[in-house]
Design a protein around this ligand. Structure first.
Ligand code: DGY
Length: 418
């Protein structure tokens, strides 16, 4: 266990670029939004000041409208596609024009609560508080313009679960006319069978071209996007971050920020319940374009345990996860293995990811499901013991998949070893 911890610390170090961390060199050579926030949690075990820097750097690139972009292209690297020349968002330090799961509120509050250097924590958390609040405000203004209480994603990359079965039907409806020729670079770094398909990439890039033609104007993107899906997992993270930011605001003596964020979380939790699927006994996505619920039992529908849903829902989700544990050797698969569309090696269509395990385990633990928490923790550590610090893993065989020497996997190992 000591060796695992040392190796994890080494990986954080290898991928540290001074004021931000790359997920892994080669495949992902820039700063990714939710990677950074989750990585900071691991960095805190080694170097508290460095952990705060990770978040502060990310928020230096917040847009004027409040959005925090999904990638910051600090240094050019032609090993990645699509780079700044495709996004063309017009920023001095180039960024993409879409966002990613808002873990920052959760991460900042956790860093603050566990801080040993309280003065530093007050200073950094104080700096971040209003910025994270502005990001939350942006979500509800620009991604929930009709005030439903839950926000929609306009690109699968925003979910972080790029090629999930959740998006199949909605992506099929995305037009690809006018798609400019392009060359993928991810396949130089990872196995094609473990990555999204060409048909999916065509749609990913078509959406980018479409938003670019609208000048990345977030006041209109939601209304004019051919892809608009409400993801229970993404919303669960947002709800948790709103609640945690409220706690942080209380601790910093900012009652208005606290009140706003508690109200957002409360409305979010109430609206989340409309995504419950009785047959699957879990939450599912809702497609705002077709007006239909998405028939797909993905891990996005289990993540609401992280938000702290009502006890009856929590019990059902714990049962679902227990059942999944009987079908795989390593919890938690990103998709139900009994679904014919399940693919245990292809990115988000089946593989297990340590960051998801961490968030689910955290939610279960808080709700008193200690045994299941421990089962996920042990499965996660066993994966690393047997297969190293990969990007994701086949939940049946434990085979390491995607990139290796992976930063957020290392950060989560530190959390699980704590
Ligand atoms: C990629 O390039 O695969 C990333 O997941 C996009 O964020």
């Amino acid at each position: 266990r000591d060796d695992l911890y040392k190796r994890a610390a080494q990986i954080l170090d290898i991928n540290d670029r001074g004021h931000y961390t790359v997920p892994t060199s080669g495949l992902y050579p820039f700063q990714w939004n939710w990677d950074s926030c989750l990585v900071a949690i691991g960095q805190q075990h080694v170097d508290e000041a460095r952990a705060w820097t990770e978040l502060v750097t990310l928020f230096e690139h917040q847009w004027d409208d409040g959005m925090v972009p999904h990638i910051i292209f600090h240094k050019l690297d032609d090993g990645y596609f699509p780079g700044p020349e495709v996004w063309r968002t017009g920023r001095t330090v180039p960024t993409t024009g879409i966002t990613q799961p808002p873990v920052a509120g959760f991460a900042a509050n956790l860093l603050f609560e566990r801080a040993k250097d309280k003065d530093l924590a007050r200073e950094k958390a104080g700096h971040l508080l209003q910025r994270i609040d502005r990001w939350h405000e942006w979500f509800f203004r620009c991604r929930d313009p009709h005030g439903t209480g839950v926000v929609a994603l306009i690109h699968p990359w925003e979910s972080g679960r790029d090629n999930s079965i959740d998006w199949d039907a909605a992506l099929d409806a995305v037009p690809t006319e006018g798609l400019e020729p392009y060359q993928r670079r991810d396949l130089q770094h990872a196995h094609a069978d473990h990555r999204p398909t060409m048909a999916q990439y065509d749609r990913f890039i078509s959406l980018v071209q479409h938003f670019r033609s609208l000048d990345w104007n977030n006041e209109v993107l939601h209304e004019q996007s051919p892809f608009k899906v409400v993801d229970p997992g993404f919303n669960a993270i947002l709800i948790r971050s709103c609640n945690d930011l409220a706690s942080l605001a209380d601790a910093l003596g900012e009652p208005e920020v606290a009140e706003r964020n508690r109200a957002r979380a409360k409305a979010g939790l109430a609206a989340l319940d409309s995504l419950w699927d009785e047959r699957l006994q879990q939450y599912v996505c809702f497609d705002r374009v077709s007006g239909k619920a998405v028939d797909s039992a993905s891990v996005g529908g289990l993540l609401p345990v992280f938000a702290g849903v009502p006890t009856a829902r929590m019990e059902s989700l714990a049962k679902r996860i227990t059942t999944l544990g009987e079908q795989v050797n390593y919890l938690v698969p990103s998709h139900d293995p009994t679904d014919s569309r399940y693919d245990g090696k292809r990115y988000w269509r089946g593989p297990a990811w340590l960051i998801i395990n961490y968030m689910i385990a955290n939610g279960l633990d808080r709700a008193g499901h200690t045994e299941l928490f421990e089962k996920i923790r042990q499965a996660s550590l066993k994966l690393i013991d047997e297969s190293g610090f990969a990007e994701y893993y086949d939940p049946k065989s434990g085979e390491p998949l995607g990139g290796d020497t992976f930063t957020w996997t290392a950060a989560m190992v530190m959390e699980f070893l704590r």
